[in-house]
Design a protein around this ligand. Sequence first.
Ligand SMILES: [Fe+2]
Length: 235
Amino acid sequence: MKPNTAYGPRDWETHPPYNAPDYRSTALRSPRKPLVPIVHTLSELTGPVFGQEAVGPLDNDLTKNGARNGEPLGERIIVTGRVLDEAGRPQRNMLIEIWQANAAGRYVHTVDQHDAPLDPNFFGGGRCVTDSDGRYRFVTIKPGAYPWRNHPNAWRPNHIHLSLFGPSLLTRLVTQLYFPGDPLLAFDPIYRTVPEGARERLVSRFSLDETEPEWALGYEFDIVLRGPLETPMVD
Ligand SMILES: [Fe+2]
């Protein structure tokens, strides 16, 4: 049976190679043999399907969803944008999940033993479902840079991890959002695994329109699933 070509193979002018020597851990997880195309099944092409009832009212507010006895420390920010397909059509009911370090650059995770404080009021994870205009919105704390031992004096730029399922399992996107003007981007092997013409798509735009006076700076980040302007995978 001929493989279904509803979704073509990954475009290597946008996405990083599976094995990028400067990003050391990719050597351990990248395939050693050419990939074998398989037939896409109906369930892979039609789901998963999420609705607004899949998320709770605080799930998109990371300044509140991990609060125990106060507000998290750090710079409060708004991150918003639209999820679009290759033709610029808004994608509604897309589940977006995010995870990130706190303002000091520390994750709530046993593997993260970086010498920086945890924040008792910040869990660092959230999710939301896009509205009828394909828009999502998170309130969070600007994540700090952190060291990661990939090479001497290696520091990750400020970033937020994102996961989207898209309209089908075959449009699953895992990537990272960065912030404009971050001096660490020039030294970051993960960001630099993305082909040069596509990597700026991962840098959010500062937006005075999304900024709320006296409260939080706003950043815009549109996510494009497939097509010539697709958002690169980064994991
Ligand atoms: Fe990270």
